[in-house]
Design a protein around this ligand. Sequence first.
Ligand code: HEM
Ligand SMILES: CC(C)=CCC/C(C)=C/CC/C(C)=C/COP(=O)(O)OP(=O)(O)O
Length: 301
Amino acid sequence: MSIDPAMVADRSALGLRLADYASMTKPRIAVMVLVTVAVGGFLATGGAPDSATLLSAIIGTGLVAAGASVMNQWLERESDALMRRTALRPIPAGRVSPAEAFALGTGLGLFGTLFLATTVNWLTALLAVVCYLLYVVAYTPLKRYSSLNTAVGAIPGALPAVIGWTAMTGQLDPRAWILFLILFLWQFPHFFAIAWLYRSDYAGAGLKMLPTTEAGQRVTGVQAVAYALALLPISLAPTLFGLTGTLYFWAALACGIHYLAYSVAFMMRQCDQRARQLMWASLVYLPSVMALLMLDLVQGA
Ligand code: HEM
Ligand SMILES: CC(C)=CCC/C(C)=C/CC/C(C)=C/COP(=O)(O)OP(=O)(O)O
């Protein structure tokens, strides 16, 4: 049997296209977002969520978040082309057309919302829509105008935890906002470290981040410390409000001190090396605290 070279070429072209689509959904960030949905679901149910509903919430939110990330890249195709970190993304590199990305981003958003509304509940679908709109319609355009964009972007970054909660209970509960606050505050040192590393890229593309101005550069480290400091007591709130036990309390305290120490080190000497270390510390902190919450909840359930 002979192999048709045209068919092989077609298949590998399709494979490359699907890989491009997948990369536009920012899969590593999406996975972490979905972990926060799961933790929200575990927290709402004392560690014993209905697994079918939670799985539906994870799939649906994943589709909406993926759509939002594609739309973010559709909107930023011109500024992405100007930055070294993003110039090779599928749209600026010319491998995926803007129209195709727009269709994918809106299609995933719509399908994910309908999926959540039919398999989970309407409140959860509504929160996902709010998240999508805040990310795409508020945060992304605001990057051109004000460094306050980070505070706006941190809302859709943190809301998925609340989505996990409402998926399980069908209602909003004040305790769901504890997890929201942990995620909200975590994002500032996370992003200030990243924005420091890419400050000239951002400035060159006309995007306003805290360290893209001299005045902002002077306070980037102080602000990272302020948010890491505020995060410390908030991260202990799950135990203080009776959601988790002492195992979580002490381990979260240790994680918070670790994150704070790297923020302080960056404040004391703002340089690329310490910014990179802080970025890594942020990427250690979040999965650690999420895993600790799960561990404590599952153990206590
Ligand atoms: C204001 C909010 C946020 C901003 C502006 C932001 C920005 C970024 C940027 C630009 C990177 C790429 C760094 C690089 O290429 O070296 C990154 C990495 C990352 N972010 Fe964030 N982020 C935010 C919130 C979040 C949230 C909410 C999560 C998850 C819950 C998250 C998880 C991650 C992860 C896992 C990485 C490393 C993997 C990767 O580079 O794709 N981030 N973030
Ligand atoms: C359910 C739902 C819609 C959830 C949204 C979750 C989500 C994708 C959060 C990400 C938060 C965020 C501001 C990322 C950085 O984008 P960026 O534009 O600064 O990153 P970039 O420069 O790499 O494009």
